[in-house]
Write a protein that binds this ligand. Structure first.
Ligand code: FMN
Length: 160
């Protein structure tokens, strides 16, 4: 079973969880970078507005081809109660994903809001089957219990 983990992370929390998961499953890890030229002064406000409106952004790499993988895992921070424009853009631009199972996780500061259902909507819109979705409080990213639970979710998706 070949797993591809695709994640966006600005301040490192989601990256930390994705890297842990990648070493647990020996999977491919792809970091998505948001390369939109945000003004530093209003960056937070613009990011929240874009996330809220489910807008797309400019990312690097522009597209990820997952045709060689059996399971796709998505990771994102929560922005304004939703996954980020960068992971949304990555899902929209994904190649070779039709019919594949997917797992999604987010990291957040305590209020994930509509993140899980928004992930589900985007993933299913690209013809993937969402096997599991979960959100992780940023204070738990080092927790062994949380990492075990996330690994168990991925393992259960492999067995589907
Ligand atoms: C623009 C912005 C909006 C955010 N909105 C939320 C939110 O709606 N709910 C929440 O619980 N945390 C929110 N956070 C906190 C992040 O989701 C949290 O710190 C996350 O773990 C950051 O992930 P990262 O380190 O991978 O970038 C927000 C952070 C930023 C920068």
């Amino acid at each position: 079973m070949k797993i591809c983990i695709i994640y966006h992370s600005e301040s490192g929390n989601t990256r930390h969880v994705a890297q842990h998961l990648s070493s647990a499953f020996d999977s491919k890890l792809v970091e998505i970078n948001d390369v939109a030229p945000y003004s530093k002064l209003i960056k937070f406000l613009v990011q929240c507005k874009m996330a809220r409106g489910e807008q797309l952004t400019k990312i690097e790499p522009e597209s990820v081809d997952v045709s060689g993988y059996d399971l796709i895992v998505f990771g994102s921070p929560v922005w304004a109660f939703k996954p980020t424009p960068a992971i949304h853009t990555a899902i929209v631009g994904l190649k070779g994903c039709m019919g594949k199972p997917a797992v999604a996780f987010s990291t957040h500061g305590g209020r994930p809001g509509q993140t899980d259902e928004t992930f589900k909507k985007w993933i299913e819109a690209r013809g993937m089957v969402l096997a599991a979705v979960t959100n992780i409080n940023q204070k738990d990213i080092e927790s062994e219990k949380m990492n075990k639970e996330l690994s168990a979710l991925v393992s259960s998706a492999i067995k589907v």
